[in-house]
Design a binder for this molecule. Structure first.
Ligand code: RIB
Ligand code: CA
Length: 308
């Protein structure tokens, strides 16, 4: 059983990633969810995480809010993509339970301290909380079993031609994380853009009862679903990597995050020609798309039985 701590900014694809984790209780032990301002403001990402915890029957997993905004930059949001609430036009039952006391950064540091080498950190939003945890306690780099992020790209951006949203939202945080000394497992747009909900995938989701009430409208809000293409559920790739890393081809690289460029701020400058340097990242370069969807839909089907 893999222990996992997910830092997220729900967010439609964050929600589908949490659903994948919720359906993987046989493989993943989710020790906590922390939230960060990103797609939408922190109060909304936290409210969405709390609602998802109960809707997905994630039990007593603590949800702890963290950083509202970037370390140094003005706020960048993605409400045009995720809607004003962050979950498109999906309305989940209001959560009964609130967030845990304290700040996500302290939760991350203390949780990793309590189980050195056991917990995989998964970050699928801006890296503000992760960077602050590293600054507060550099040993988190040793205590974390692994760090897996959805973010960046070695080809092109999405929020602009150069930068992927999570990196652009807090470039200084991303730079701190990539320079911290661990080997970042970087699942960037290069692979996540192929994880699209086509109409064939959507048809596999429709019969999933209450879970379909989340998955189907969320996917349809997130992008135009067609036979040839559809919205990419980026963040679910990070959880899929935990469940079956063999779905991905990953290559060592030296990644530097641009923080000064007027047009390139947030770009993950990825050099696969390492030479005598040490790789600071393992960068995903391909995804077995059929295998991904068989894993994801199969997991959702098991979760759907539980949810009714
Ligand atoms: O670029 C995609 C990433 O930005 C995903 O994490 C999505 O949720 C948004 O945060
Ligand atoms: Ca996200």
């Amino acid at each position: 059983m893999k222990k996992v701590l997910i830092d997220c900014d729900p967010g439609i694809d964050d929600a589908l990633a949490l659903a994948l984790a919720a359906g993987s209780t046989g493989s993943l032990d989710l020790v906590g969810v922390t939230t960060v301002g990103g797609n939408v403001d922190l109060p909304l990402t936290t409210a969405n995480a709390l609602a998802l915890r109960e809707f997905l029957q994630m039990g007593d997993v603590p949800v702890t809010p963290g950083s509202a905004g970037a370390l140094m930059r003005r706020t960048v949001r993605a409400t045009a993509v995720h809607g004003l609430t962050g979950l498109g036009d999906v309305v989940l039952p209001a959560p009964v339970r609130g967030p845990s006391e304290g700040h996500a950064v302290d939760f991350i540091v203390e949780t990793l301290r309590s189980a050195p080498g056991e917990i995989t950190l998964v970050a699928v939003g801006p890296l503000t909380n992760i960077a602050l945890a590293v600054r507060r306690e550099p040993r988190v780099v040793e205590w974390a079993r692994d760090l897996v992020i959805m973010g960046g790209s070695y080809t092109r951006g999405n929020h602009n031609p150069a930068a992927e949203f999570n990196m652009l939202a807090d470039p200084e945080a991303a730079a701190i994380v990539f320079e911290a000394g661990w080997t970042v497992k970087m699942l960037g747009l290069d692979v996540t853009l192929s994880a699209v909900v086509t109409s064939a995938v959507l048809e596999r989701m429709r019969p999933l009862g209450r879970l379909a009430d989340l998955l189907v409208p969320a996917a349809q809000f997130y992008g135009v679903v067609s036979a040839e293409g559809g919205p990419a559920i980026h963040d679910a790739c990070a959880v899929a990597y935990l469940l079956d890393p063999g779905l991905f081809t990953c290559v060592p690289a030296v990644v530097n995050v641009e923080t000064a460029g007027q047009y390139t701020r947030g770009m993950t400058v990825t050099d696969f020609r390492i030479g005598d340097r040490e790789a600071n990242a393992l960068v995903a370069t391909s995804l077995d798309v059929k295998g991904f969807w068989d894993l994801v839909v199969g997991t959702y089907e098991r979760l759907a039985v539980r949810l009714g």
